[in-house]
Design a protein around this ligand. Structure first.
Ligand SMILES: *Cc1c(COP(=O)(O)O)cnc(C)c1O
Length: 464
């Protein structure tokens, strides 16, 4: 594999070999969400190529991509149609600005997105990634009220365990204490309500569901005229540990928002583009958000691109007069509407249509649920197997009988995940929860292989 890296040798003027790459990676690359002292103890996994649903490392070893490159890949890697779309676009133009100009892929993609999105959404605001899509959503909602002359709305309501990205605005909307509380002095004011899921896996789910809705209503009642929006990840809070919401919950939340005249912002960054078996998770409950953020699957995992979709009502509040009216939405990024990203996103949607996605995914989804539950649910250290569509979590517990969970600090998820990787499936856990989230292009045989590897790894690391 290494001969391909001759290019780098020219730039740096130094001979590149595997050992050097490993050393340099540890020395100069600061990895995200990573304790570097811990990272340094292991050989880095250097990926050089992708082939279908597999990642290939620098030694030529193949790994099935079990977390679809952390939740964004859709059709596998190195996909001919997507490669060609990118190449073709690059031969025209890679980037031109949307500030004062426009481009064909951005126009066509906006139309294509509105075709598959909930029907009340009528306008598309582009940005770069999930976090910026949420920044756009929150600023748009906040300014919307101001444009309507309501100046005392400043509170966002969110769920515990919520994850909306890592920029300061989206961290403000987040509710994962482990990595959000650290920045609390920098964050704006929000109100946190419990999700419809107990604090630990052994808790009472029905009670949690009812309590969540009660708390939301209490907060809405008390602060109705101060609330900017209710913000949530629909149906499943993945980063929180694949926290699934019971059927009907999202619909009830929408009803409460309507009752108290509160905007609903849905973060479909991770759940969009087939991952739940629909284009967007909210379709499963027939719920229409006022604002919707999308990103991860948008370009099939090829390019950083995101969009925030909104209703006509919201768009109209900003519309009218001239710049002096102060109604302009003051937001934009250098790469907003990037033609390469938009073009590959269009090709992604074309592939959806060609393959009949998401409608043809049913067999795979049923198989994933069935095989995971059959093989893993009865294991001594598996407390729960939960998920929806292609998004699954396997929660490891210390003692199922005595109802003792593992804590985040015991590192059990990482220990088992390392074994899974060793056995040829790439994954990344969330605390004690193993993540099983293959691309939509996974085959039925590959599902069997993944389940087998997860089971073996759990048994080998934690015992029977
Ligand atoms: C990943 C994610 C984000 C943030 O997206 P980035 O592209 O990492 O900034 C926001 N919301 C949800 C639900 C996500 O899963």
């Amino acid at each position: 594999m290494l001969e391909k890296f001759d290019l780098y040798e020219d730039i740096l003027g130094e001979k590149v070999d595997l050992e050097k790459l490993e050393t340099w990676d540890k020395k100069v690359v600061w990895h995200p969400f990573t304790q570097m002292a811990e990272y340094e103890k292991y050989k880095p996994l250097i990926i050089v190529k992708g082939e279908g649903n597999y990642l290939i490392d620098i030694n030529g070893k193949k790994y099935l991509d079990g977390v679809c490159s952390v939740w964004c890949n859709v059709h596998g890697h190195n996909v001919k149609e997507l490669n060609e779309a990118l190449y073709d676009q690059a031969n025209k133009i890679a980037h031109s600005t949307l500030l004062g100009a426009t481009n064909i892929p951005a126009i066509l993609l906006a139309r294509a997105l509105l075709k598959i999105a909930p029907k009340n959404l009528k306008h598309v605001f582009y940005s770069d990634d999930g976090s910026t899509a949420m920044e756009v959503a929150l600023k748009m909602a906040y300014q919307y009220h101001k444009m309507k002359g309501e100046n005392n709305r400043y509170l966002f309501v969110k769920l515990s365990g919520a994850y909306h990205g890592d920029t300061i605005g989206s961290v403000s909307l987040g509710g994962v204490d482990l990595f959000h509380s650290l920045y609390k002095d920098l964050l704006f004011e929000t109100i946190k309500v419990p999700p419809p899921f107990p604090e630990n896996v052994f808790g009472d789910r029905k009670e949690a569901y009812e309590r969540s809705l009660e708390e939301i209503e209490k907060v809405f009642e008390k602060y109705a005229d101060k609330i900017v929006a209710f913000v949530m990840e629909p149906l499943v809070q993945i980063a929180a540990g694949v926290i699934t919401h019971p059927k009907g919950y999202l619909k009830k939340v929408r009803k409460l928002c309507d009752k108290y005249n509160i905007l609903l912002i849905l973060d479909e960054v991770a759940t969009g583009f087939g991952k739940t078996g629909k284009y967007f998770a909210c379709e499963l409950e027939n719920v229409k958000p006022d604002i919707m953020a999308i990103s991860k699957g948008l370009t099939a995992g090829y390019m950083p691109l995101a969009a925030t979709l909104c209703t006509e009502e919201i768009y109209r509040a900003f519309y009218g007069g001239d710049y002096a009216s102060g109604k302009t939405f003051f937001h934009g990024h250098t790469y907003t509407g990037n033609p390469l990203g938009c073009r590959v996103a269009l090709e992604n949607l074309r592939l959806f249509r060609k393959k009949g996605y998401p409608y043809t995914l049913k067999e795979k989804i049923e198989k994933i649920e069935k095989r995971l539950k059959e093989e893993l649910l009865d294991l001594k250290h598996v407390g729960d197997v939960r998920g929806i569509g292609f998004i699954w979590g396997i929660e490891l517990v210390k003692d199922k009988k005595r109802k003792i969970p593992y804590t985040w600090k015991e590192d059990v998820g990482r220990r088992v995940s390392r074994k899974i990787i060793e056995k040829g499936v790439f994954t990344r856990p969330l605390g004690p929860i193993l993540v099983f989230m293959p691309p939509l292009s996974i085959t039925l045989d590959e599902i069997d292989f993944m389940v087998k590897v997860y089971k073996e790894a759990i048994l080998e690391v934690l015992g029977c």
